[in-house]
Ligand binder design. Structure first.
Ligand code: ZN
Length: 134
């Protein structure tokens, strides 16, 4: 199961809304492989404005990303404060990411907890199925 970072607000659960799904790496931030430092997260100059426009359209912004660096033991911190989490600084222009999900799994993971062929990895048939948030 994808691991959610943002919390579900009770009013969001009650009312289904259209959503736009975005990848993080190569879409919102420059794809630099496995980021080692948050400071190296390079947000595209157009990303915040694009997200803000989606917000204004009434659609939810949902970011879904594969981050197997967790399984490869490259990162150990929680995603909200590390390189595999939401892009930092997008909200400076008033842009809002409503949900951020990442898949931390990898079949040959060093971290046993994440060693699996999961269904939440993008490009698998299951990644788009409804998520249970924890
Ligand atoms: Zn997964």
């Amino acid at each position: 199961m994808l691991e959610p970072v943002s919390q579900t607000r009770p009013d969001d659960v009650q009312k289904p809304k259209p959503a736009v799904f975005l990848d993080r790496d190569g879409t919102i931030i420059r794809d630099a492989g496995y980021l080692r430092r948050v400071e190296d997260m390079d947000i595209y100059p157009f990303a915040a404005e694009a997200i803000r426009l989606i917000n204004q359209s009434g659609r939810l912004v949902v970011v879904v990303t594969n981050q197997s660096g967790v399984a490869r033991a490259l990162w150990t911190k929680k995603p909200s404060d590390h390189t595999h989490g939401p892009p930092k600084g997008v909200d400076r222009s008033g842009a809002r990411i409503d949900r951020f999900y990442y898949c931390p799994h990898y079949p040959d993971a060093l971290v046993p907890e994440y060693r699996q062929k999961c269904e939440c990895r993008k490009r698998t048939p299951g990644w788009f199925s409804p998520r249970q948030e924890t």
